[in-house]
Design a protein around this ligand. Structure first.
Ligand code: SF4
Ligand code: SF4
Length: 424
């Protein structure tokens, strides 16, 4: 589709980006078939094609209203439409600039502005979030159901993290909410990589990846988060001490990959951001690669094989287009991944979506939990802290990050055939 930019947008980065993305759309509507909000609401304007059209009109100078904004707000940014689109339309790049322009043009009611500000200032600050989560856990029995659901059960105290160090070092992103809600995930990743001869190092100065602020249209805030993380990691990268930046939350992994674009115009950070983005890897890819060097016959096998439903987060399958298969990894350790229905559809967590669009989010969660259980699994696994918390609040069966399942197997093997022997 051709966009005739209004005077306001001619020659601007936002206008040119919108024009470039929209030009690839042939208006075929294939994307509607896999859009979660279109499936629920059945309104063309709540599907990708309709949203693209709304943004085209905005960039052409047509008036926009809170109704237009609502159609964009209802988008999960799940990117299922990008996976489906035969023309390679980069919808997420369009909705990114479209939402920012919309934010300037349509003022939100005060309550909405306060809610969004609160999310940015609380969720994206690990120290603040951890204090709030501690209070939340203490008061959990007294909280209304809607707030209780935002706090998954308090994690059990996990096994100790290794103290030895290896010559091979990778850095792990702790992120903003994960240290409070699921600290067991990074502990598991640290133990698994330790068994494979890699030290996975935390760098305390690094914090939120910036996705929370980015998704709430605070681009400058997201850049500040990115610069802080780069500053924290750079000494290890510059000196070639660390070979990768590992994320155990696929949503954060997407943002890390985006650092190069985010800071492309920053003369002090553009090069560093590109390097960091290139070194960023999801833990699934690391494990898949490392296992290539292990004799398959010596891999530890679970003593309690389970039927496992794998929930591949949207960030994992549609944004990162991750080449590692969680199902294949779990199969190698003796578990049985089982078929799930509509695996391409979002669970409704989507960053802060569950707070900002509670009704739609709830419906998507109900659908997802049902779809994950069609093969009567014993357990659900995921690859992102947001999906974990969202699903764990209602799932009737246990849910874990998949790396915790691998960690359980590795820890069992230490009492029998130790992994050190397996590696030899
Ligand atoms: S599938 Fe792609 S080309 Fe077709 S309408 Fe959707 S975004 Fe446009
Ligand atoms: S990102 Fe997801 S919710 Fe948004 S238009 Fe695309 S498929 Fe629909």
């Amino acid at each position: 589709m051709q966009t005739v930019l209004s005077e306001e947008f001619i020659g601007t980065a936002e206008g040119e980006k919108a024009k470039e993305v929209i030009a690839n759309c042939v208006h075929c509507g294939f994307c509607n078939a896999t859009c979660p909000t279109y499936q629920i609401l059945g309104d063309e304007l709540d599907g990708p094609r309709g949203r693209i059209y709304l943004m085209k009109e905005m960039f052409e100078g047509k008036p926009v209203s809170e109704i237009t904004q609502q159609h964009l707000d209802r988008c999960l940014t799940c990117r299922a439409c990008e996976t489906t689109c035969p023309s390679g339309v980069k919808y997420s790049e369009l909705v990114d600039v479209g939402r920012r322009v919309m934010e300037r043009k349509v003022e939100r009611p005060l309550t909405e502005r306060v809610k969004r500000w609160g999310l940015k200032e609380m969720v994206a600050r690990p120290a603040v979030f951890s204090r709030a989560a501690a209070v939340g856990y203490t008061l959990k029995p007294l909280l209304p159901q809607s707030l209780k659901e935002l706090l998954p059960d308090r994690p059990a105290k996990g096994r100790a993290e290794p103290t030895r160090t290896h010559a091979r070092i990778m850095l792990v992103l702790d992120g903003c909410v994960q240290p409070s809600l699921t600290p067991q995930t990074n502990s598991a990743a640290i133990r698994v990589l330790d068994a494979l001869g890699i030290t996975l190092k935390r760098v305390p100065r690094a914090g939120c990846c910036g996705a929370v602020r980015h998704h709430l249209n605070d681009l400058e805030g997201a850049k500040t988060d990115a610069r802080r993380n780069i500053d924290a990691w750079w000494p290890f990268i510059q000196s070639d001490q660390a070979e990768a930046i590992v994320s155990t939350a696929s949503g954060c992994g997407v943002q890390l990959e985006h650092y190069a674009d985010l800071l492309a115009d920053d003369p002090d950070y553009a090069e560093k951001a590109q390097k960091i983005a290139g070194l960023s890897l999801d833990i699934s890819l690391i494990l898949q690669n490392e296992l290539l060097a292990v004799d398959a016959r010596t891999l530890p096998q679970t003593s309690s094989p389970l039927k496992i439903a794998v929930q591949e987060p949207c960030s994992f399958q549609h944004a990162l287009r991750n080449k590692a298969s969680i199902s294949a990894l779990l199969t190698r350790f003796g578990h049985t991944p089982v078929p799930v229905r509509d695996g391409h559809l979002c669970c409704g967590s989507a960053g802060t979506y569950s707070v900002l669009q509670p009704e739609l989010s709830e419906q998507l969660r109900t659908n997802k939990i049902e779809a994950l259980q069609v093969s009567s699994p014993d357990m659900i696994v995921t690859a992102n802290v947001g999906c974990y918390g969202h699903l764990a609040a209602k799932a009737p069966i246990p849910i874990k990050h998949w790396i915790e399942v691998v960690d359980d197997i590795f820890s069992e093997s230490e009492t029998g055939a130790s992994l050190q022997k397996l590696e030899a």
